[in-house]
Design a protein around this ligand. Structure first.
Ligand SMILES: *Cc1c(COP(=O)(O)O)cnc(C)c1O
Length: 357
């Protein structure tokens, strides 16, 4: 069976060595030695000023919205994983969808201003499939209207834009280290802020608001990651160059062998060092997608309809019609992409795809 992704499992011996450290320390959570070491290593690998490693990639979106969204209207993208929009509603803010760019698939920055009202407090946009949003245009709009900017950068591990980590853009950025993501800790995530004061507030918020054992800085929640998950992160991280290179091999294969006259692929924004995190193909019509999907499923190959449906169509999100996002969502399929996918398997996927276009 070939799924859209397959979790990277490092050699178990290496994980056991990290676990041994936990047993030696007899310390399982509350920012132990392994969590602190993972943060240091990620900070230097990603070249970011601050990082807070968290329990998953959703809680950091909620924490950022709690601090920066202030219960207002949040301008957001309809083309993302449901966590992006759900976090807005969960934090008692109101999502206001703005359609996406048909080629970059990120929020269409030229449509943001028209959606701003006096209730707007923040923009929450996704660097979808690791492709950066138009961060300069968004920053200019945010400045003009005094809005906060949060990026859901769940897909963007290792991406740089103009030579700088994509996590350094916006007021805050989040990442996911879920098992299906490129770098993982089983379950996990991270929160980034350029501003040291904001980073401190985010830090307090992820640990019940504690400022020392007896004092409280403010409201908080439990967003802490444990030593067991940090152990996985410390075991996966030394393999990151292999992971990235292997994913590039798969992406190159698709690029060279798919009939690209019949399908649209992701247009990566200029000045981006991309991470080969997903391989979405956009068919000419949904009927072609369904035919390809059926043919692949018949031989136990399971691509995924990322992202479908367009989030504005989910009942509780009460979105307006988003023509581009709904249209793209109906025609887009993410092909299998993971380290161990071999050439025979890739050849099979490509042949089935090409004959069904
Ligand atoms: C995976 C993902 C999340 C959620 O991350 P978790 O670690 O699963 O909580 C949020 N946003 C996007 C775009 C994602 O793909």
């Amino acid at each position: 069976m070939i799924n859209v992704t397959k979790t990277f499992f490092p050699p178990i011996k290496e994980y056991q060595e990290q676990l041994q450290r936990i047993w030696n320390n007899q310390w399982l959570t509350n920012r132990g030695e392994l969590v602190l070491e993972l943060e240091e290593k990620l900070k230097s690998y990603l070249k970011v000023n601050h990082i807070l490693v968290t329990i998953n990639g959703t809680i950091p979106i909620q924490i950022a919205l709690k601090l920066l969204g202030d219960g207002g209207e949040i301008i957001t993208t309809p083309f993302s994983y449901v966590a992006t929009s759900a976090a807005i509603v969960w934090e008692n803010c109101t999502p206001v969808f703005v359609d996406i760019h048909p080629e970059y698939l990120t929020i269409d920055e030229t449509k943001i201003e028209a959606a701003i009202t006096e209730k707007t407090t923040a923009i929450l946009a996704t660097h979808v499939f690791g492709n950066p949003c138009h961060v300069e245009a968004i920053e200019a709009i945010a400045k003009k209207y005094q809005l906060k900017v949060i990026y859901d950068a769940a897909h963007a591990f290792g991406v740089t834009y103009k030579g700088i980590s994509i996590f350094e853009y916006g007021d805050a950025s989040t990442c996911s280290f879920h098992a299906t993501k490129l770098f993982h800790t089983g379950e996990g995530g991270a929160l980034f802020a350029k501003d040291t004061k904001l980073q401190h507030q985010l830090f307090y918020s992820h640990n019940f608001g504690h400022d020392g054992p007896l004092a409280f800085h403010g409201l908080g929640i439990n967003g802490k990651i444990s030593e067991l998950q940090a152990a996985m992160g410390l075991t996966v991280l030394p393999h990151i160059e292999t992971i990235l290179a292997e994913r590039k091999r798969v992406v190159d294969f698709y690029n060279q062998n798919l009939d690209l006259s019949q399908v649209q692929t992701l247009k990566i924004r200029a000045n981006t060092k991309w991470n080969n995190s997903y391989y979405p193909v956009i068919f000419q019509e949904e009927s072609v997608l369904l035919r390809v999907q059926k043919a692949l499923n018949e031989v136990q190959i399971y691509p995924r309809r990322y992202f479908y449906p367009s989030l504005n169509t989910i009942a509780y999100l009460k979105g307006e019609k988003m023509a581009v996002s709904e249209n793209i969502a109906s025609r887009i399929l993410c092909l299998p992409l993971y380290v161990e996918l071999n050439n025979n398997e890739l050849q099979k996927i490509v042949s089935i795809l090409n004959v069904n276009l």
